[in-house]
Write a protein that binds this ligand. Structure first.
Ligand code: ADP
Ligand code: MG
Length: 345
């Protein structure tokens, strides 16, 4: 029984008592037939009940309409309004639930905005912090050179070279930030083609040959691949992605005799690509945050290695732009594996 029916029923009962008194009075003072008077009495009751219920429904509907308008914040056409009316009158409980759902939705939106606001503040803080170090370095070197250092053979070239390094670092940070914002704003349009990923990986191995040999690190595949592995992706972006993962594996992998392994696994429509190193690994606390911008487990070491802390953020963006997923697993003392999927072609 709906709320309005119940209420109308109760009111009718109260009014019914007065009817009863009235009809009893009429019955006792006239000679009208008993069944006749009972029928009239019941008709009165039913009619009263219907009129009251209609009024209550109208009243509730007026109230509910305002609530609905507020929470849905949109105009509806007549037939929809009628349907709404029927639905809402079925039970005031519905409105109650809808309002709760509505307020929860708003609360979620507010929470999300708050989270984004904190994130934005942190992000801007991080950017200025990262830019500050090379800028202050450059300022220091230039001041020293202006204050007479330029004449000093032992430092002039050294300071200029260091300034150049800092400028290069600034450029790198700005370029990487630019890459991230281009991907985020959707400006970067993927140019997907069909290509053999084995070739791409071999190219990157060659690119890092010197760097790896400095630490006596070696690259290898998990097995011998004598057939090409065709994927459908943006080759240039994948180049950036693999460069980041492989350079990280060299930089943060084993300090000597590193083993950097690339594996491919067939997964129906996709290929799973894994980059594994035998380095010191990443702690459980750091692991979930590793893809955040500017997040580095060891800031000093990363900066020395020329890192900006943006590499993995870019990697994740590239994978997600391809509608694929990336994850990382790591064991302290054993090594780290980054695994991502690609669409087969
Ligand atoms: N293979 C790895 N082994 C251990 N730590 C890693 C590895 N790859 C990344 N990291 C950690 O993740 C951090 C973020 O990586 P990244 O975003 O590429 O920044 P960057 O290379 O500029 O330092 C690195 O500073 C490092 O601390
Ligand atoms: Mg990196």
């Amino acid at each position: 029984m709906s709320e309005s029916t119940r209420l109308a029923f109760r009111i009718t009962l109260i009014i019914g008592v007065f009817y009863f008194i009235g009809f009893t009075f009429i019955y006792l003072n006239t000679s009208i037939d008993f069944f006749y008077i009972i029928s009239i009495f019941l008709l009165f009751l039913i009619f009263t009940f219907l009129v009251i219920r209609l009024h209550i429904e109208n009243y509730i509907y007026q109230k509910i309409k305002v609530i609905y308008k507020t929470i849905h914040n949109q105009k509806r056409n007549k037939s929809k309004q009628l349907r709404d009316r029927e639905q809402s009158l079925a039970s005031i409980e519905n409105v109650h639930h809808e309002v709760i759902a509505w307020s929860k939705e708003y609360q979620d939106q507010i929470d999300e905005l708050k989270r984004l606001e904190i994130y934005r503040k942190e992000y801007i803080g991080n950017i200025s912090h990262e830019l500050k170090t090379p800028l202050f370095n450059i300022q220091g070197y230039i001041s020293t050179l202006i204050d007479g250092g330029i004449e000093d053979e032992s430092i002039n070239l050294k300071y200029l070279t260091r300034s150049e390094k800092s400028v290069e670092r600034l450029i790198k940070i700005v370029e990487e930030l630019d890459t991230i914002s281009r991907i985020e704003s959707g400006e970067l349009v993927l140019n997907k083609t069909r290509f053999n990923i084995l070739d791409l990986v071999k190219e990157i191995f060659e690119l890092f040959e010197v760097e790896a040999s400095k630490k006596s690190s070696q690259f290898f595949f998990n097995k011998n691949y004598d057939h090409p592995i065709f994927v459908f992706a943006d080759r240039l972006q994948l180049h950036t992605l693999l460069t980041n993962l492989i350079s990280n594996a060299i930089k943060y992998g084993a300090s000597k005799n590193g083993k950097i392994k690339i594996s491919f696994f067939d997964m129906n429509e996709n290929v799973l690509v894994e980059v594994t190193d035998n380095g010191p690994g990443i702690s459980k606390e750091d692991l979930p945050r590793i893809f955040e911008r500017f997040y580095r487990t060891d800031k000093a070491r990363s900066r020395d290695a020329g890192g900006t802390g943006l590499g993995l953020a870019i990697v994740k963006h590239i994978v997600e732009a391809h509608n694929q997923v990336i994850n990382v697993r790591s064991t302290i003392g054993l090594g780290t594996t980054f695994a991502f999927t690609l669409k087969k072609a």
